[in-house]
Write a protein that binds this ligand. Sequence first.
Ligand code: ADP
Ligand code: 5GP
Length: 198
Amino acid sequence: MKPKQDSVMLVLSSPSGAGKTTISKKIQQKYPDFKISVSHTTRKPRPNEIDGVDYHFVDEKKFKELINENQFYEYAKIFDNYYGTSRKSIKVLQEKNYNILFDIDWQGTQQLAKFKDLDLLKIFILPPDKDELKNRLAQRNQDKEEVIEQRLQHYSKDIMHWADYDYVVTNDNLENCFKQIEKIIAEKSSSPITNLFK
Ligand code: ADP
Ligand code: 5GP
């Protein structure tokens, strides 16, 4: 995966429910030069999700075929489902010279970090605390109770991986968190695109 000169390869990870999808969408809306890498997953779509936009939804057989064909830069099994970043999706974005935003977990981040020619900017997002995370997962109103419980159970293990990241940002107030992330990106890059952040 060879990035264009000065392109930003932004990785956002967090415990489920901390706000990375919300923040990724805000970045993409405000800065059209950023595109979210659309992952493949075997998870069933949530009521508000669109195939090809939020994820490429595939069954396990298809996902395993893609693994065998070496089509993924990285993939991981998370909460009983597979998630992966396909080489093809990234190639399309790189050919159009976009900055790329990865909403992936710590396992995927570790795999991407092995591509030494990739200049990743890795940000770990924390919720203010576990109770607030629970509220957010419930308020999102997209997952069943047992799914929410399973995600909360991963919280302690997930946050242990913060040290793999360049920055850790707490998403307490959304606007403040967004501003901090904008500042981090601006500091990282001197490209004309990211000068917009300054
Ligand atoms: P993730 O992608 O990390 O699983 P989401 O972006 O889906 O998390 O956010 C989970 C829920 O929390 C959503 O309903 C979202 O609107 C809400 N949320 C995100 N950030 C905040 C915040 N700073 N304060 C309150 N609610 C938030
Ligand atoms: P969700 O089911 O809430 O959409 O995502 C669950 C977890 O999977 C989140 O931590 C999210 O960042 C992660 N995830 C989504 N896509 C990918 C991917 O392509 N690779 C990896 N490793 N994790 C992903």
